[in-house]
Design a protein around this ligand. Structure first.
Ligand SMILES: *Cc1c(COP(=O)(O)O)cnc(C)c1O
Length: 396
């Protein structure tokens, strides 16, 4: 039996490789940071991690995690409702609620699980989910697991959203679902307009703040801060795996009864292990740090506008961004790949994205800025972009 299946897989894998879509992994031998060492010995400046606040290697978080290992051990060996809830899990949930100005929070092993287990416990075939086409894969999967009627609207297109809302008036309950920041362009969802439409068409709103929490808004509270809409959306999901330390873990935070129902019925919560106490302890420290000072957000916002402005002045075609994601548009897939490869030779680690991850003829290099980048890191990257950009005739 396996002989046939192996042949089948091998031929599918070959097709992936021939299409130039086969993903290989670069192996890092140092901690995650602005400057990393690859196992081939090369040192490169990292502009493709979600390490927006530079906390992946934060001494404060490492210390908190080490202390929790001594006080709370290594693993919980249980789901939350049997014997997997420690005081650290409860404290982190409270801290996340304070951070977002919400009523209650439920932790998951990842945001993929938070989104995967969100819709099915809350909505039935009588209800409607109205979802942005560019929403994250985990939202798409979560929506698939739910029997609610599905509507899709074009990315951040408010006219299209309005027509879907109008079409969904027959259903009992409606929820608009959107990423806060869209990861390929760096644009934010127009939450002010979404909330106005939600009010007009009697819908709830869910925002996934994975790329915006810690990043967007003056103090990094996400797009609800940017649009002055704290406590106005019913549901926020997010990850501890990006700006918030980069380890593992996700959460849903929002209205008390929603969170309560998720604790009763959400399958990834009921049937999957608790996050390790050391991760919860580092998460608590992380939120405390962000409450004490805004230094990291200030530095990240400075770094992002510096990079975007300099690159635009050089003549690069940059997508308008309100996040720490800067899309350098090349349009041509081969050009994006070549530019990324040549930049790596210059010690700048960035990734080219092309179809099917982004639309055809919209190939780009995605640069992710971090509070951990020093001025010299930014200048070195800009210089390398200028040099290779001129060689490849992307800029004059
Ligand atoms: C990264 C991401 C996730 C997944 O988060 P994990 O905690 O790594 O599972 C979910 N939603 C969005 C919008 C993301 O960007």
């Amino acid at each position: 039996m396996y002989t046939d299946f192996r042949r089948h897989l091998q031929s599918e894998l070959n097709k992936i490789e021939e299409a130039g879509l086969y993903k290989k992994e670069r192996i890092i031998g140092s901690p995650q940071a602005a400057e990393i060492e690859l196992t081939d010995g090369s040192r490169v400046l990292n502009f493709c991690a979600n390490n927006y606040l530079g906390l992946s290697n934060s001494p404060g978080l490492i210390k908190a995690a080490k202390e929790a290992l001594d006080t709370h051990g290594y693993g919980m060996s249980s789901v939350r409702f049997i014997c997997g809830t420690s005081d650290l899990h409860k404290e982190l949930e409270e801290k996340i609620s304070e951070f977002f100005g919400t009523e209650d929070t439920i932790l998951y092993a990842a945001c993929f699980d938070a989104n995967g287990g969100l819709f099915e416990p809350l909505l039935t075939s009588e209800d409607a989910i109205i979802s942005d086409v560019l929403n994250h894969a985990s939202i798409i999967d979560g929506v698939r697991l739910c029997k609610a009627r599905r509507y899709r609207y074009e990315n951040a297109d408010m006219e299209d959203l309005e027509s879907r809302l109008a079409a969904a008036q027959e259903q009992r309950f409606r929820i608009i679902v959107t990423d806060g920041v869209f990861s390929m362009d760096g644009n934010v969802a127009p939450l002010d307009k979404i909330l106005a439409l939600a009010e007009k068409y009697r819908a709830m709103v869910m925002v996934d703040e994975s790329h915006s929490a810690g990043v967007v808004g003056k103090t990094g509270r996400g797009i609800t801060e940017l649009f002055n809409a704290r406590a106005k959306v019913e549901i926020i999901t997010g990850t501890l795996g990006k700006a918030f330390g980069g380890a593992i873990g996700g959460f849903t935070t929002g209205k008390k009864e929603i969170i309560d129902m998720l604790r009763q019925r959400s399958r990834p919560y009921l049937f999957s292990n608790s996050i390790p106490p050391l991760v919860a302890a580092a998460g608590i420290r992380m939120i405390d740090m962000m409450t004490e000072t805004n230094d990291l957000q200030d530095r990240l916002h400075h770094n992002t506008s510096y990079f975007v402005n300099r690159m635009s002045e050089l003549g690069f075609d940059i997508k308008p961004t309100q996040s720490a994601i800067c899309a350098v548009m090349l349009y041509d897939a081969r050009l994006a790949q070549e530019l990324a490869a040549r930049l790596l030779d210059e010690g700048i680690y960035v990734i080219g994205f092309y179809y099917p991850v982004v639309p055809k003829d919209e190939a780009r290099i995605r640069v992710q800025l971090s509070a951990a980048h020093e001025q010299e890191h930014l200048d070195k990257a800009i210089k390398a972009f200028e040099k290779i950009g001129k060689e490849l005739k992307v800029i004059q």
